[in-house]
Write a protein that binds this ligand. Sequence first.
Ligand code: FAD
Length: 115
Amino acid sequence: MAGSKVLVLGGGFGGVQAAISARASLDASHEVTIVDRNRVPHLCGMNPLLIVGERDTDKTGRSLGRLANRGIKFVEANINSIDTTGQRVETSAGTLDYDYLVIALGAAYDWDAVP
Ligand SMILES: Cc1cc2nc3c(=O)[nH]c(=O)nc-3n(C[C@H](O)[C@H](O)[C@H](O)COP(=O)(O)OP(=O)(O)OC[C@H]3O[C@@H](n4cnc5c(N)ncnc54)[C@H](O)[C@@H]3O)c2cc1C
């Protein structure tokens, strides 16, 4: 479908890779957008360097805003709900509609599950 909208929910490892792959496969008439509540998600692979003091806490992420250089739009917002019938997503920054949706919101930790 020409001029379609690809919406990727979550700017972690999965979401960023999905957006980069979609962007590389589609011509400029298609729009690729990532939504994440954090502009600079923490990269957990940095944790070992953080623990041994070889990396500062403010240098353990990468800005999703930089994806604009690759033709990927970034929206900083919390995702509240997904309406697959109406093909739209409610976020703290408003309603986003889509033709194709990628859900890459990661895992939610249950801190109380482990004593
Ligand atoms: C301590 C630790 C160390 C790890 N080390 C490694 C390693 O060395 N090698 C390896 O391969 N894997 C490692 N992993 C696993 C790896 O981090 C995960 O497999 C990977 O991050 C999963 O990718 P994802 O895209 O599914 O989710 P995530 O990377 O968790 O991304 C999910 C994104 O969704 C966003 N999000 C979630 N809910 C909402 C919402 N409601 N609204 C807006 N945004 C939202 C979050 O902000 C986040 O940016 C490690 C994990 C941990 C916890």
